[in-house]
Write a protein that binds this ligand. Structure first.
Ligand code: ARG
Length: 275
């Protein structure tokens, strides 16, 4: 692949994922979800498996949590917790439909050797809204995660948390509107944020890649970067070019089935950052 910028060095990651065997759209808690549209769990599993295999090919480790019947959104592992330095802040979901996922993910961590596990006091939908960016956490609020949880995350992890307000219901989680590319680089869709948050992002990341409305609608910001490879849904054509210009290796995946629930690559991927 042509690399127009400097050569970037990837770092091996550990990801938690949940196979979408029970995938369906049976309720609607975001504007993408239309229960009247048919879904195909078999196709969801096939597309998800390609994503998992791609991570493994790139040298990452993938561990899996058992999918539970009746929780069709459990495939979106990013929402299950936030893990920094081996410490786990559990999730507490906004809507009752996803409520049982919080304890399910917490049990997985307890059963898998994590001892520093916190049951959250306030609503937070894991890495859907809490994105680790180098030495800080970028934290979304507006639709799902309660802004009071930002302080809870800051106290628990001992890392500064920067609050950002989302204003477009189509981009209801921070990870649908912003992606962390490296310790100090991001890409985002400015229109998804309040004027204050937009100004703050411009100040913190003056050189950020900004997405077009088409990129955002293709879930191009729901991307996973290892510092070099950026896995993102195909159709985010402008972002692919911008990433190549910056020396990243964009790799496109087709997760059309999961898009019916308002999720894509990043939503399926929870990073387990070691202590
Ligand atoms: N249907 C799910 C919801 O609305 C999709 C979650 C997508 N996850 C994410 N990290 N953005 O809750």
């Amino acid at each position: 692949m042509t690399r127009r910028g400097s050569v970037r060095v990837p770092t091996a990651r550990r990801f938690l994922m949940c196979r979408p065997v029970h995938f369906d759209v049976t309720y609607s808690i975001n504007p993408w979800m239309r229960p009247e549209v048919a879904t195909d769990a078999g196709l969801a599993v096939k597309q998800w498996t390609q994503l998992r295999d791609l991570y493994v090919e790139l040298g990452h480790t993938v561990v899996e949590i058992e999918p539970l019947p009746g929780l069709p959104d459990m495939v979106f592992a990013a929402n299950g917790a936030t893990v920094v330095g081996g410490r786990v802040l559990g999730a507490r979901f906004r809507y009752p439909e996803r409520g049982p996922e919080g304890p399910a993910y917490l049990s997985w961590f307890r059963a898998n050797g994590y001892t520093d596990v916190r049951e959250p006091e306030f609503v937070n939908e894991g890495e859907g809204d809490l994105l680790v960016a180098g030495e800080r956490i970028l934290a979304g609020t507006g639709f799902r995660t309660d802004s009071r949880s930002h302080r809870e995350a800051e106290d628990f992890f001992g890392v500064p948390v920067v609050g950002l307000t989302l204003v477009d219901a189509s981009y209801y989680h921070l990870d649908t509107a912003l992606a962390v590319l490296s310790e100090d680089e991001i890409m985002y869709y400015p229109e998804a944020f309040s004027a204050e948050s937009r100004a703050l992002l411009r100040e913190l990341y003056p050189d950020a890649i900004t997405a077009t409305a088409n990129d955002a609608a293709a879930f191009g910001l729901n991307a996973v970067s290892d510092g070099r490879h950026v896995v993102l849904p195909e159709a985010a054509a402008h972002l692919v070019d911008a990433l190549l210009d910056r020396g990243f290796d964009p790799i496109c995946v087709d997760l059309s089935e999961l898009l019916k629930s308002g999720g894509s690559a990043k939503c399926c991927t929870l990073e387990l950052r070691p202590g």
